[in-house]
Write a new protein. Structure first.
Length: 248
């Protein structure tokens, strides 16, 4: 589904350039829950922002279903982004809108008729276990519930890909487990491909079938999750594993 080839993103800084990611090569297949893990500052968030073109790569290509999307502009780019859902660490909900209206927002932007977008939002709130919270506001919900709303919103436009940028970092361990279970269930029920950006090894262990480890702007190892975590080759991977037990 997604082929990333020689992807590089650099920024001009005083006296030269700063390279956030460099020569990234990844293949993410339909139905994967693909984890990208690394320490803070390793380049994870820059990579995910390049995939949905919130950041324009300096070099390299991103092919989605065989089409290079890196040069897309205008209506082509809007259509692409509607097929890519985003889940953020801090939920990014609109506090003045009800839960139902937060979920319908992407459909409003896409010009979907009111009755249809309401029906879709109610369907998604049922999916994420919040059908009885539609009329409430984000401040009335727990952090875990707000993240469920964010996930429902990400699904509104029937995306084929969901990008999750540190989706559990603001949550406690019990809530994290419930959110990860929800993501896994959605992946299985809907067949949605997911890329999860994280610094938490436990997230990768619980839900990702494949993983890539990023360190100092480059991918240092990647493969099936069990293989990489049982037989880590790089020091950074061993350091990340030291933060949690791996039980297979």
């Amino acid at each position: 589904m997604i082929e990333i080839r020689e992807l590089t993103k650099s920024y001009p800084v005083s006296g030269g350039t700063f390279t956030a990611i460099e020569h990234i090569d990844l293949t993410i297949e339909d139905g994967d829950i693909f984890g990208i893990i690394g320490m803070s500052g390793a380049g994870k968030s820059t990579l995910v922002r390049c995939i949905n073109l919130l950041e324009r790569p300096t070099a390299g290509s991103i092919l989605i279903d065989g089409v290079d999307v890196t040069a897309m502009q205008g209506s082509q780019l809007l259509a692409l982004r509607r097929k890519i859902g985003m889940v953020f660490q801090k939920f990014n909900l609109l506090m003045q809108r009800t839960i139902l209206d937060n979920v319908t927002l992407p459909l409003e932007i896409a010009g979907v008729e009111k009755k249809e977008r309401k029906a879709r939002a109610l369907e998604l709130l049922e999916l994420v276990g919040l059908s009885n919270q539609a009329g409430k506001y984000p401040a009335q919900l727990s952090g875990g519930q707000q993240q469920r709303v964010s996930i429902a919103r990400a699904l509104a436009n029937h995306p084929s890909l969901i990008l999750c940028d540190e989706p559990t970092s603001a949550l406690d361990s019990l809530t994290t487990n419930s959110i990860l279970k929800l993501l896994r269930d959605i992946n299985r029920k809907l067949g949605v491909t997911m890329i999860i950006i994280t610094h938490e090894i436990g997230v990768v262990q619980k839900v990702c079938n494949k993983v890539a480890v990023i360190d100092s702007s480059v991918i240092v190892e990647q493969g099936e999750t069990a293989q990489v975590l049982h037989n880590p080759c790089q020091l950074i991977t061993k350091q990340l594993l030291g933060e949690a037990d791996w039980d297979g």
